[in-house]
Design a protein around this ligand. Structure first.
Ligand code: HEC
Ligand code: HEC
Ligand code: HEC
Ligand code: HEC
Ligand code: HEC
Ligand code: HEC
Ligand code: HEC
Ligand code: HEC
Length: 470
């Protein structure tokens, strides 16, 4: 009897050895070399990766290890360096991911997000805004001289979310725990902004929503992931979500929900939508796909709610630098609010996109519930645009009467900044609160009340400027 057990014990051990070996065989020899050192130098990265789908899923007979991502197309990456006999690059880009995920990468390249850096720095008005926010105000006899911001300041502000331009300055040898090694020297990195310009000329960073090295679908499906960039006064989607019924139900019940399943079943895996459900995910109900997964996102967006300076229909192209209004300004509307139609989607496309979004709502709500929701949103757009027009008229008066100066920049005087707050903070808050059904933020928090109050203040300030000019 004893021998019998021993026999099985030995058989069991041999089996374990073999399966271990088989798993090892699935790890490419290159990746085994990386792991041998990186288990020691960067243990956090290795254990994170080990728990990922990539460490288990097989592509061409091999799992997706360090070398499978960090040594792809060495000649295309300006940050490629010689590392223990391998041509390694540090910044793994959407083009690398595209080798195995071509659909997601292609869609993402057509997302407004991929253009978030370019749209900011190549639009003279937005660039001015960037400089007025990040520049250094030096007090002079007659007001301020604004020194343009340094790259590092922009990096610590707008580019954190919009993405930086990552450049390779050169290569430098330094001491490591394993002796001297040569590494690339970057400017603009570390950064995971959504429109980052990469050293292989690609745009964006997939780790904005799929943090390395787990690259998990669960993380991307949860709203906290979006909060990094969508929470501020100008872009309060996350704040709105957390007080909406969708968000409060998520907060109460999320432990019981399943964020990793494929397909992700509405009603079974989750009961109220997260950001991903309404904007990105495949919405799957009872064996039917109600909305296809999209990494482009605009296919469900009829409007551009974010005021530039008015809310308009969504732009046709994610590259918004091509837009010019009648006054020659790079804005999607005239200063009077009229949309610059030729660069924006038409009524038919708007309706299509609205229906794509509504189809998701209709899995859980009735038609009348949803129709009134979108009627409220249209009204929020109409009323906030009207308030923005009043603010713009006040500012135009200040410029015309010479009590504010347009030619030295649109954003650097108090009355100009009050005008900015009208559309960037308060009008946006009202619209976002309406669109995503969390009204609190859009009323007394930083919405309708402040929007009206700000107009009162602009009016009084203008009167004061005019009197003191006399
Ligand atoms: C002989 C040990 C060793 C081997 C083998 C090795 N690495 Fe490294 N690697 C290091 C050390 C040490 C660092 C420096 C860590 C630090 O910056 O503190 C490093 C840094 C890196 C970096 C960061 C570079 C930067 O710009 O900061 C990457 C990416 C990297 N290794 C990937 C790999 C990949 C992929 C492989 C396998 C093809 C590999 N390594 C093999 C020891 C090794
Ligand atoms: C699925 C592709 C993928 C795999 C597999 C992968 N990496 Fe990475 N790695 C990335 C991405 C993406 C980044 C982020 C770089 C950036 O900012 O774009 C990164 C960053 C790094 C960095 C720099 C991180 C920092 O914070 O300084 C190191 C070092 C690194 N990886 C090592 C490894 C090692 C070691 C392995 C294997 C255990 C590995 N990587 C596996 C995609 C991958
Ligand atoms: C060499 C091929 C390859 C590369 C390169 C690669 N992946 Fe993957 N990826 C896979 C495979 C295979 C799977 C598993 C698919 C499955 O299980 O359905 C996967 C799964 C995923 C998942 C789903 C994880 C989950 O929790 O279900 C995400 C997200 C992902 N990859 C993102 C990325 C990103 C981002 C990059 C680039 C930084 C990248 N991948 C690079 C092959 C690759
Ligand atoms: C690292 C920062 C960052 C993260 C994380 C992030 N976003 Fe964004 N997102 C941006 C920026 C910046 C833009 C605006 C780009 C522009 O206007 O040029 C944007 C734009 C958008 C848009 C508008 C797209 C359009 O075509 O109008 C939607 C919708 C959106 N994000 C949803 C999400 C969701 C959902 C998540 C989480 C799953 C998320 N974002 C995570 C930075 C981020
Ligand atoms: C915390 C993250 C974050 C920071 C920091 C940030 N933004 Fe944004 N920005 C966003 C998001 C998110 C959007 C998209 C909002 C939407 O689609 O509703 C956006 C959109 C924009 C747009 C619209 C561009 C277009 O054409 O679509 C402009 C302009 C802009 N931001 C200017 C700036 C400036 C200037 C700074 C720095 C002073 C800045 N942002 C800093 C997150 C950020
Ligand atoms: C704005 C956030 C965001 C960004 C940026 C993003 N993703 Fe995703 N991704 C998601 C979400 C959310 C899901 C889950 C979709 C679902 O539930 O159907 C997802 C799912 C995936 C999957 C599907 C995994 C599977 O096994 O079904 C892959 C692959 C993937 N993403 C790759 C990428 C790549 C490659 C990039 C960069 C080009 C990228 N993602 C950028 C949010 C993002
Ligand atoms: C119940 C569905 C739903 C949820 C959940 C949701 N959104 Fe939205 N979101 C919408 C709708 C509807 C719009 C307006 C669409 C339109 O008509 O253009 C919108 C608009 C946006 C926009 C504005 C794009 C622009 O043009 O300025 C951003 C950014 C955004 N959502 C991000 C998020 C983020 C981040 C979360 C999670 C914190 C989230 N959303 C949660 C439905 C949702
Ligand atoms: C997965 C199911 C699901 C989806 C998809 C969904 N909702 Fe909801 N929604 C709910 C649930 C559940 C509640 C909470 C109802 C309650 O408390 O009585 C809710 C609440 C709401 C409320 C809150 C009303 C209030 O007075 O607090 C509004 C408005 C709303 N949804 C609109 C929408 C819109 C618009 C969409 C699509 C863009 C949508 N919902 C998508 C499940 C969903």
């Amino acid at each position: 009897m004893k021998r019998f057990y021993l026999f099985f014990l030995i058989l069991g051990l041999i089996f374990l050895q073999i399966s271990e070996l088989m798993a090892q065989e699935k790890i490419s020899p290159q990746t085994q070399v990386c792991l041998s050192c990186h288990q020691v130098v960067t243990p956090g990265i290795v254990s994170d990766w080990k728990k990922s789908k990539h460490a288990k899923a097989v592509n061409n007979g091999k799992i997706i290890g360090c070398a499978e991502c960090h040594t792809l197309d060495p000649e295309k990456h300006k940050d490629t360096f010689n590392h223990q006999g391998y041509k390694v690059h540090t910044v793994v880009t959407p083009l690398d991911c595209a080798k195995c995920h071509p659909k997601e990468a292609k869609e993402y390249s057509q997302n407004l997000m991929a253009y978030a850096h370019v749209n900011l720095v190549s639009n003279p008005i937005y660039k001015q805004l960037m400089e007025a926010v990040n520049g250094i105000y030096l007090l002079q006899e007659k007001g301020f001289k604004i020194e343009p911001p340094s790259q590092l300041s922009n990096q610590d502000s707008c580019f954190y979310c919009h993405g930086s331009k990552v450049e390779v300055k050169g290569f430098k040898t330094r001491n490591t725990v394993m002796g001297p090694m040569t590494f690339p020297e970057f400017t603009g990195w570390s950064n995971i902004g959504v429109g980052r310009l990469n050293p292989d000329d690609s745009k964006g960073s997939c780790s904005a929503c799929h943090p390395r090295h787990s690259f998990s679908i669960e993380v991307a499906r949860k709203p906290e992931t979006c909060a990094t960039c969508h929470k501020g006064k100008d872009v309060p989607a996350y704040k709105v979500y957390t007080v909406s019924r969708h968000g409060t139900t998520y907060a109460s019940l999320k432990e019981k929900w399943n964020f990793g399943s494929k397909p992700w079943k509405l009603g079974e895996d989750y009961l109220t939508p997260t950001c991903a459900v309404c904007h990105i995910s495949e919405v799957y109900v009872e064996g039917k796909v109600v909305a296809k997964r999209t990494h482009q996102m605009s296919d469900r967006l009829a409007h551009r709610l974010f005021g530039l300076i008015y809310a308009t229909p969504h732009p046709k192209s994610p590259d918004t630098t091509i837009i010019k209004n009648k006054a020659g300004l790079p804005l999607p509307s005239e200063l009077t609010g009229e949309p610059v139609k030729e660069f924006l989607i038409d009524e038919k496309e708007k309706l299509q996109r609205l229906n794509n979004m509504k189809a998701i709502c209709l899995s859980c709500h009735s038609t009348s519930w949803v129709e009134e929701h979108f009627a409220r949103l249209e009204e929020a757009i109409r009323t906030t645009n009207a308030m923005t027009l009043s603010a713009t008229q006040l500012l135009l008066t200040a410029w015309q009467k010479g009590v504010a100066n347009q030619s030295d920049g649109l954003f650097n005087e108090a009355i100009e900044k009050m005008w900015v707050e009208t559309w960037l903070f308060y009008s946006n808050s009202v619209r976002f609160a309406s669109a995503m059904a969390g009204v609190d933020n859009g009323v007394f928090e930083e919405g309708r009340w402040q929007l009206a109050m700000n107009l009162n203040k602009m009016y009084d300030w203008l009167k004061f400027l005019l009197t003191s000019a006399k």
